[in-house]
Design a protein. Structure first.
Length: 94
C-alpha cells in the first residue's frame, strides 16, 4: 500500500524539484546579469524532451506489461447465480 502511494507521489515530487531547480537557475542568472529569459526557454525545451522520453518509456512499459505481465489465475471465480430460487452471491473458490 505504501509502495503504491509513493509511486503515485513520485511524479509530483520530481516536478517540484524541477521547478525549484529552474527557479534557482533563473535567480543565479539574474544575479550574474545574464538573460534569465533565455534560461527559461532552454529549460522549457528540456522539459519537453524529458516529457517525450517519459511518455515513450511509459508506452513501452505498458506494451511489455500487456505482453508478458499475465499471471495465472490462482483461484477460480464463480459468478452470482440462482440456486433453488435464491440468488447466491459470487465468490472466489479457494
Amino acid at each position: 500500500m505504501v509502495w503504491r502511494v509513493l509511486l503515485f507521489l513520485l511524479p509530483f515530487v520530481l516536478y517540484g524539484l524541477w521547478v525549484l531547480y529552474v527557479r534557482r537557475r533563473k535567480a543565479a542568472a539574474i544575479a550574474e546579469g545574464d538573460a534569465a529569459e533565455d534560461i527559461g526557454r532552454i529549460e522549457e525545451k528540456k522539459a519537453v524532451r524529458v516529457a517525450a522520453v517519459g511518455l515513450t518509456v511509459l508506452m513501452l512499459f505498458l506494451a511489455l506489461w500487456g505482453l508478458f505481465g499475465r499471471e495465472e489465475a490462482r483461484s477460480p471465480y464463480v459468478p452470482p447465480h440462482v440456486e433453488g430460487g435464491q440468488i447466491v452471491p459470487g465468490e472466489v473458490k479457494e
